[in-house]
Design a binder for this molecule. Structure first.
Ligand code: HPA
Length: 273
């Protein structure tokens, strides 16, 4: 851990208490209210130098640390995206701090466009894998051999199985598919959507992939769930906009919260620490 990450972890322990964090979560656009369910403290990112700026509406800029369903969690109310400052490694420091707080598992969430009719807006998609369509990488510039991170089974098979079981126990449909990272901030053209569909993507969004890469670099087990807010450009008549994303996210957010709470309750313990 770098000196900066170590100092931040110490500062967070001073505020939130010394008990190690078990699970980290990052909340996507319009999904921030889950952080309010944490019994503990909420630390503004502004108090944590190097943490993301409050850059994107629909994201909250706080780190909530405490208990949820009996488990010690750290919930990032928002993330910094590549498109904000052109930094693919924007979440490297926060995720390094998470690891320093003791976490071994990370659940990423996002709002995404669907490329498959079976998963319409309001649906949930567990990421089986991803395509880094942006070509960017958060580890560019990392000087050590640790940068050569294997990405086979990057989306942890055990975590995914546990999340599927949690969704089934809640009676909530959880599709599984491949997510393509598109840099944004403009949305895709219909031709781009057709192209990534042909390449094997089932969903598209502007986040998550750099964090999956960073998580594997840091040795965190990681899984990600998309809340589908719209069909990809050209696949339906609805207009695509950030306002629409924020308006639609709560449709899936309630289901997402039930899945994550059930997972924390039942399967969280099953992972080896
Ligand atoms: N494209 C990219 N990002 C998104 C979309 C989309 O259609 N919907 C929500 N986030």
């Amino acid at each position: 851990m770098t000196e900066a990450a170590g100092a931040l972890a110490a500062r967070i322990r001073d505020i939130a208490g010394p008990e190690p964090v078990e699970v980290g979560m990052v909340l996507g656009s319009g999904l921030g209210h889950l952080a309010a369910a944490v019994e503990g403290v909420a630390i503004p990112y502004a108090d944590l130098p190097g943490f993301p700026h409050a850059g994107v509406s629909g994201h909250s800029a706080t780190l909530a640390i405490g208990r949820m369903e009996g488990r010690r969690v750290a919930i990032f109310g928002g993330r910094e995206h590549y498109y904000e400052r052109g930094r693919a490694d924007a979440m490297r420091l926060p995720l390094t701090v998470l690891k320093g707080l003791g976490a071994d598992r990370l659940i990423l969430t996002n709002a995404a466009g669907s490329l498959v009719p079976e998963v319409p807006p309001g649906g949930l998609m567990l990421l089986a894998d991803h395509i880094n369509f942006s070509g960017l990488n958060p580890l560019i510039g990392e000087p050590t051999d640790a940068r050569f991170v294997p990405m086979t089974a990057a989306h942890d098979p055990d975590l995914r199985a546990a999340l599927r079981a949690a969704a089934a126990a809640e009676g909530i449909a959880l599709a599984e598919g491949v997510y393509a990272w598109y840099s944004g901030p403009s949305f895709e053209t219909p031709a781009e959507i057709r192209a990534i569909r042909r390449l094997g993507a089932d969903a598209v969004g502007m986040s998550t992939v750099p964090e999956v890469i960073l998580a594997r670099f840091l040795g965190l087990k990681v899984a990600a769930i998309s809340v589908i807010t719209n069909m990809g450009a050209g696949l339906s008549d609805e207009a695509i906009s950030h306002d629409h994303t924020k308006a639609m996210a709560p449709l899936g957010a309630a289901k997402l919260e039930r899945v994550l709470r059930r997972w924390l309750r039942e399967a969280g313990e099953a992972q080896t620490r």
